[in-house]
Design a protein around this ligand. Sequence first.
Ligand SMILES: Cc1cc2nc3c(=O)[nH]c(=O)nc-3n(C[C@H](O)[C@H](O)[C@H](O)COP(=O)(O)OP(=O)(O)OC[C@H]3O[C@@H](n4cnc5c(N)ncnc54)[C@H](O)[C@@H]3O)c2cc1C
Length: 270
Amino acid sequence: MTEKELRREPGGLQVPFTPAHPETSIEAEPRLPTEWDYEADVVVVGTGAAGLAAAWVAADSGVDVLVLEKGKVVGPRSSCSAISGGTCSMVGTPLQREKGIKDSPDLYYEDLIKVGKGWAVPDVVRAFVDEDAKLYPWLIEELGIEVMSFEWSVGHSVPRKIRFNPAKAIKIVKEDAERKGAKILLETPGRRLITNGCGRVVGIIAENRVGKKIYVKVRKGVILATGGFCNGEEYMRNYGGIGLELCILQPPWRVVMNRMSIICLPLKYR
Ligand SMILES: Cc1cc2nc3c(=O)[nH]c(=O)nc-3n(C[C@H](O)[C@H](O)[C@H](O)COP(=O)(O)OP(=O)(O)OC[C@H]3O[C@@H](n4cnc5c(N)ncnc54)[C@H](O)[C@@H]3O)c2cc1C
């Protein structure tokens, strides 16, 4: 049955949101579930920096937020974010002003396009630099994340890089999101999106600790923030390089890589 035919079915369609994940494929959903295990306005999948920031913002705006995390914990054993270098470039900060450094989103944009050597997508970079000025007031001033150093990044025309402890930052954002009402389910990987007959996402299927399906009804939307692409063979072929492709597609490396999706990044950028 084709996807088009599936969409005509009254119950709609389940769409795998990690298309290249070996355990997922597009399948017909004869009916929408009659009973839902959970219900939320917004469901966020993943508790790295992206997922927690999204959960925080959604909870702060007063909607019901449910966060699904496949790992046993929120932090270094699950996300790349919590073990990263903990540096973020921030533009127009008090640290720059104290040192008389003149910076602007336009200058940051020019630097990133130059550093990207033709790979950066201009519209994405533009959106990124325009939103960047909100980062310092939120992370440092509102959430109180401690600045460890203020540095100059290679290729940038002025110092704007701020370093902090990434695991602590993740913990702080998580706890604040929870205080604002976000509920986090651990060991609960999201597996498929559920769409209705018109193709609108109305739910998500996850799994609990023992592999039982959990149906979550979604009133406003799902935010996918599942991070790395090591589960995706196609992505690995396109972006991982030949050596990486060979080892990632073979056990036992495949298992190791699936657990540590982080590894692909240093290899890719070597
Ligand atoms: C060694 C290293 C150092 C780095 N240093 C820096 C740095 O200094 N500055 C910088 O800006 N960037 C740095 N990066 C890159 C940066 O860490 C990543 O781009 C960023 O952390 C990605 O965040 P994320 O939230 O998208 O994904 P992640 O942090 O990877 O989070 C994804 C989360 O989703 C969960 N998940 C995955 N699949 C599912 C599922 N099906 N259901 C439920 N949950 C799921 C995972 O368990 C994880 O918790 C570094 C990367 C590496 C590897």
